[in-house]
Ligand binder design. Structure first.
Ligand code: NAI
Length: 465
């Protein structure tokens, strides 16, 4: 096995794009080619206007500008890139299954399997195949099986190298990773492969932050990391409901417990609920795996994290309805934020979608403003739920490019994403234009309660009466 000089990454999404950009920047001696079957996505990655990249991440376009067409390439020629590479990263999506066995819980591995079959078909030289996607424990075994049985007598080493970046801070997370995890076989060739991949990361990270484990520990650790993070959010959100009934303030409680170094202060922000493409799907996957192994109590324990998250979204929507005198029919409600968190244009599993859906069921008229989310994405998200027809969604929802558009005579504003710019708005001006009493529902605890009440808003926020 020789030193790595050519990398191919299959999947030019939220993980493949930023991760490979950073590898290209930090390893000018390595040629990195990111491939995808989605032609539009690749065209966007190659767009000369860097504002048209398919993914919004602070710092990303600067790195792409620096490396693209030097040692970073985006292409739809999947086979060619696989053929030329020493290492093939698989970074395709692994959504929750929507059919058949494990429907609604298990990870759908069809894209992974297609990649493995493709690599098997194309490869003529030995390769390291890296699972970058988040996969159920023991998937590496299935990939190895496919590669070994349909390959061309080529040697494959399978490594698990899960990605821990968070959207919105992806570039910083990659540049200053807390740790990189590399799992692989404990055979001499497996060890060699782990070391070769480790050398790539050692170009910018200290060696002691690169952890090597067996392949199963690595696969499982990624699911467990997401389950623990989501559990913190659900834990503090459960306490937010208690705070609202007891005059306690969830922020004060979070600070009080966070100062305990055994608990720590990170990830204790109460909100309308977690979203994103990973937490829910990875926990459901953990639940499914536990159930399949006959560990029902383990499955129930982790499933509660999701149940609590659904409760939090529903609670927020119910509070809007009951506060607006138990009817929102025909009322104009403005949504600030649609992305699942700030600094990303990703809306997958965003709490906003579910809160909107609940309000639309009550015939509210919504206006949505998000600094980075396109109109077609909002409608795609709502239509996907299938709660009502696309025409009905079009009639009830308006997506605007200016936060003040359509604010005239609005009954209420709901903040769904914690974009910094919302803090800088002229809230007096907004208040003046709204119908009175003007209601403001802060699902992210973003604004200053006293200030908003001084302006005259009826201000409600999660976790504090
Ligand atoms: P994504 O949906 O943004 O990107 C996946 C890309 O793979 C798509 O562009 C799709 O067209 C492409 N693709 C699918 N099948 C293909 C094939 N056979 N050949 C070529 N391209 C193909 O997904 P994202 O968010 O990048 O996630 C990828 C994986 O990384 C998932 O397993 C996810 O759980 C994991 N992950 C995601 C994180 C995130 O914050 N989004 C963080 C850490 C891990």
């Amino acid at each position: 096995m020789k030193k790595i000089t050519k990398i191919c990454c299959i999947g030019a999404g939220y993980v493949g794009g930023p991760t490979m950009s950073v590898i290209a920047k930090k390893c000018p001696h390595i040629q990195v080619t990111v491939v995808d079957i989605n032609h539009d996505r690749i065209a966007q990655w190659n767009d000369s206007n860097l504002d048209n990249l398919p993914i919004y991440e602070p710092g990303l376009k600067e790195i792409v500008a620096e490396t693209r067409n030097k040692n970073l390439f985006f292409s739809t020629e999947v086979d060619k890139a696989i053929d030329e590479a020493d290492v093939v990263f698989i970074s395709v999506n692994t959504p929750t299954k929507t059919y058949g066995k494990g429907k609604g819980q298990a990870a759908d591995l069809k894209f992974i399997e297609l990649c493995a079959r493709n690599i098997a078909k194309v490869a003529k030289t030995d390769k390291i195949v890296v699972e970058k996607s988040t996969l159920p424990v023991r998937t590496a075994g299935a990939i190895k099986n496919i590669l070994d049985n349909t390959g061309n007598g080529v040697n494959f080493e399978i490594l698990s190298n899960p990605e821990f970046l968070a959207e919105g801070t992806a570039i910083q997370d990659l540049l200053h990773a807390d740790r990189v995890l590399i799992g692989g076989d404990e055979t001499p060739s497996g060890q060699k492969a782990k070391n070769l991949l480790s050398e790539v990361y050692e170009n910018w990270l200290p060696k002691d932050r690169i952890l090597q484990t067996n392949v199963w520990s690595s696969e499982l650790s990624k699911l467990v990391a997401n389950a623990f993070l989501a559990q913190r959010v659900s834990s503090i959100n459960s306490i937010s409901a208690l705070c609202e009934k007891t005059d306690a303030n969830v922020e004060e409680v979070a600070r009080a417990i966070g100062y305990d170094s055994r608990i720590g202060y990170k990830f204790l922000n109460s909100s309308v609920g977690f979203g994103g493409s990973c937490f829910q799907k990875d926990i459901l996957n953990l639940v499914y795996i536990s159930q399949s192994l006959g560990l029902q109590e383990v499955a129930d324990y982790w499933e509660q994290v999701i149940i609590m998250n659904d409760y939090q979204k529903r609670r927020f929507a119910d509070n809007i309805i009951s506060t607006l005198y138990n009817t929102v029919s025909g009322k104009k409600i403005i949504f600030y934020g649609w992305a699942f968190k700030k600094d990303t244009n990703d809306t997958r599993e965003s709490a906003a979608i579910y809160v909107a859906d609940a309000l639309l069921e009550e015939r509210a008229e919504l206006t949505v403003y998000d600094p980075q989310v396109k109109e077609q994405t909002v409608f795609r998200d709502l239509d996907y739920l299938n709660t009502r027809t696309p025409e009905e969604n079009k009639n009830l929802v308006k997506v605007v490019k200016d936060p003040l558009a359509n604010i005239e005579n609005a009954h209420a504003i709901a903040i769904l994403t914690e974009w910094d710019e919302f803090k800088t708005y002229d809230w007096q001006k907004i208040y003046d234009k709204m119908l009175k009493p003007a209601f403001l529902f802060d699902g992210r605890r973003l604004l200053d309660k006293e200030k908003m009440e001084r302006i005259g808003f009826n201000y409600y926020r999660i976790g504090q009466v």
